[in-house]
Design a protein around this ligand. Structure first.
Ligand code: MN3
Length: 232
């Protein structure tokens, strides 16, 4: 006969052997991560109102819609965010768009810092940029061109491709280079949101000015850390 005092032991035992992907803490409900700085911190490149609306309303909506989509499909319960977004070819549009939206924005906030607070690219990253783009200026020009070339809404990324080389790529909507459907796949080091909601209040149709100003708030310490992690 099973004694009640055995139950906590049994539960502990079962939880210890639950695969990480199924652990509840990793899956829904997902929550909005707080901005890592006050909403005025990125001025003048990004104004406080735009940043607050972008984070508190747009990102929050992706989180809420992702939780709804996962809640409506028992086969998705407990799956982590990266698992949900990696194979949009096997998921609904709601999961693709909102898992992508949640991941991309979480990554975006972490990729920025107040002007003067983002440090500089590491020697290893600078060397790879010179190797694969010719110079830092050419990398920036290529990133800007990809941002301007994206028709409609999307993102521009610096990635490490499967061969270990750096590449600038752009994705539509809330897709990203981790997804199986991405034209160019790889590990994102840096991403910029080029949806109009990211810049329209301040820049209106001047996406080029937004792309130029944005360099002043890139957190190169974080970007360099991601590159080091990718090489490790
Ligand atoms: Mn956005």
């Amino acid at each position: 006969m099973l004694r009640f005092w055995l139950l906590p032991w049994l539960l502990t035992f079962l939880l210890a052997f639950t695969p990480a992907e199924l652990a509840l803490a990793d899956g829904a409900p997902f929550s909005l991560p707080p901005l890592p700085y006050p909403s005025a911190a990125l001025e003048p490149a990004i104004d406080a109102t735009t940043l607050a609306i972008h984070h508190d309303l747009h990102h929050q909506a992706y989180v809420a819609n992702l939780n709804n989509a996962v809640g409506a499909d028992p086969s998705l319960q407990g799956l982590g965010l990266e698992t949900l977004l990696k194979r949009p070819s096997r998921r609904s549009a709601a999961v693709r768009n909102n898992a992508g939206g949640h991941w991309n924005h979480s990554f975006f906030w972490e990729s920025m810092a107040a002007p003067g607070q983002g440090g500089a690219p590491s020697a290893a990253l600078l060397e790879a940029i010179d190797r694969d783009f010719g110079s830092f200026a050419q990398f920036q020009a290529s990133f800007k061109a990809a941002g301007l070339g994206r028709f409609g809404s999307g993102w521009v990324w610096l990635i490490v491709n499967p061969k270990g080389a750096l590449e600038v790529v752009s994705t539509a909507n809330q897709d990203n280079p981790l997804m199986d459907l991405a034209e160019r796949r790889g590990t994102p080091l840096l991403g910029n949101d080029i949806w109009e909601h990211a810049y329209y209040l301040q820049y209106q149709n001047r996406r080029a000015d937004y792309l130029d100003a944005w360099w002043s708030v890139v957190n190169w310490e974080v970007v360099s850390g991601r590159y080091a992690e990718r090489l490790a």
